[in-house]
Design a protein around this ligand. Structure first.
Ligand code: PLP
Length: 475
């Protein structure tokens, strides 16, 4: 392809995407294909000769689209959102087109420097502690996911506890990690990958609102210390996956500070909300944390993947992950004046991810992002009011952000079947969890095009489906 051919096909692709955006609301939200159906539409081997671009584009419609669940659909209310706003999509295109690999400052200085500056902007925009800014010993880095960031936090915490030894000489027994019973499973995965094993993970009891009980945390750590174990890290969550429960960071920080244990805070979803000053209470105490992660790729209009991870002091992180083989040595790294982000995460190679964060921050501005968050929170509060007023449904958890958790007042099976009926209809997509041993339907609001009408439609459909199912069930 010469540049003119690229231009022509590039325009075709942008046209295709713009049409897709314009028509997405008419598509079923959740894919309806059976397992193997997409694969069966593909030839069994790659073509011998190259094909015309038009054939590739046609197969987006003929092969791919039926197998897509539309995360950008306004009635996608499942899991948590993964917003791909238009400026973010275009920035990703530019990042791919530039094709730079920013493993070292010297392999593309702009890739590193835009990232550092934009993550400093985000510290201020989200009201995070100044220790996370890059002008001191701390700083931020973009990772692919919160799972990777939490693994890095654990590796840094382990480095600090073992004074470096464990990262080179194998992992000793008896290291322990703490999080609430509602913490994300990525912590258990991190414990396994870091060689601590799932067995290292202590599940700390929660209070009635599903937030971690700090007294129970203190008790768990002290019991382990008395047994000669070595507590490595506590993870507090601000916005759990099941119900957006908020662990009390300040009280947890008192426990960790007294005992010298690394405090990592997981704000993967909820962290976007602190762009609004009225949501900053939930990160009170974060100034005592050693690390923090939040995902702009969930609720801050940046397309997947873009997870922002900060450390108050990068020494343990780069101590755990820094290795300098001869083939990467260069004058800029040797000068000590530049950041080489390869030492801040697991992979060596890295894309120009900060471009999409930069473009989103500039396109919407902080006020634009606040409006987007506030609109979703307001929709959730309205929905919660309808649930509370319902004779058939009730709230299953507090709703501090934009997730509403509800259960059927009488019958979990009705809730489950009603949710499945809504999902099968294609009109909306909801997911579930279990809280207090009950089946709970989650309505996660946060899509960049979701409106009150979409939320109302999903609620009406759920109520109607449950009424129908209960009526049939009772003969
Ligand atoms: N932490 C929390 C609280 C989450 O809700 C999630 C995902 O929903 C994660 C971590 C994992 O996110 P990622 O897919 O970026 O690893």
């Amino acid at each position: 392809w010469d540049p003119e051919t690229f231009r022509q096909h590039g325009h075709q692709v942008v046209d295709w995407l713009a049409d897709h955006m314009a028509g997405i609301a008419d598509l079923p939200v959740r894919s309806r294909v059976e397992p193997g159906e997409v694969a069966a539409r593909l030839p069994t081997s790659a073509p011998g000769e190259g094909e015309p671009f038009e054939a590739l584009l046609a197969d987006l419609d003929d092969v791919v689209m039926d197998g897509m669940t539309h995360w950008q659909h306004p009635s996608f209310l499942a899991y948590f959102p993964a917003n791909a706003s238009p400026p973010s999509v275009l920035a990703d295109l530019v990042s791919s087109g530039l094709g730079a690999q920013g493993m070292l400052w010297s392999t593309s200085p702009a890739v590193t420097e835009v990232e550092t500056v934009v993550l400093d902007w985000l510290v201020d925009a989200l009201g995070l502690p100044a220790a996370f800014r890059s002008d001191g010993p701390g700083g931020g880095v973009i990772q692919d996911t919160a799972s990777s960031a939490t693994l890095c936090a654990l590796l840094a915490a382990r480095e600090r506890v073992l004074d470096g030894a464990g990262n080179r000489d194998g992992v000793p027994q008896g290291l322990t990690v703490y999080a609430s019973a509602h913490a994300h499973s990525s912590l258990e995965k991190a414990a396994r990958v870091a060689g601590l094993g799932s067995i290292a993970l202590r599940s700390v009891p929660t209070d009635a609102d599903h937030g971690m009980a700090p007294a129970a945390l203190a008790e768990a750590i002290d019991a382990d210390l008395a047994d000669g174990l070595r507590p490595v890290m506590v993870m507090a969550t601000v916005g759990t996956t099941s119900s957006t429960a908020i662990d009390p960071v300040a009280a947890i920080a008192e426990v960790t500070t007294e005992r010298g244990v690394w405090l990592h805070v997981d704000g993967a979803f909820g962290g976007s909300a602190t762009v609004c000053p009225e949501h900053r209470d939930m990160i009170a105490g974060l100034e005592h944390a050693d690390s923090y992660v939040m995902n702009p790729h969930k609720w801050l209009l940046v397309g997947f993947d873009c997870s922002a991870f900060w450390v108050a002091d990068a020494a343990a992180l780069t101590g755990a992950l820094g290795i300098l083989p001869e083939y990467l040595a260069n004058a800029a790294s040797a000068s000590g004046e530049v950041i080489d982000y390869r030492d801040w995460h697991i992979p060596l190679g890295r894309r120009f991810r900060s471009l999409k964060l930069w473009w989103v921050l500039r396109s919407y501005g902080i006020e634009g992002l606040r409006s987007h968050i506030r609109a979703h929170v307001a929709m959730a509060q309205q929905l919660a009011g309808w649930v509370a007023d319902s004779d058939d449904w009730e709230l299953a958890a507090p709703h501090p952000l934009s997730l509403v958790c509800m259960r059927h007042r009488r019958d979990d099976a009705v809730a489950e079947r009603a949710m499945e009926a809504v999902n099968a209809s294609g009109n909306a997509f909801l997911t579930h969890t279990r809280l207090d041993d009950r089946y709970v339907v989650r309505v996660a609001i946060g899509g960049w095009r979701t409106t009150m009408d979409d939320v109302r439609g999903a609620w009406d459909d759920l109520v109607a489906a449950a009424t129908r199912i209960e009526g049939v069930g009772h003969g």
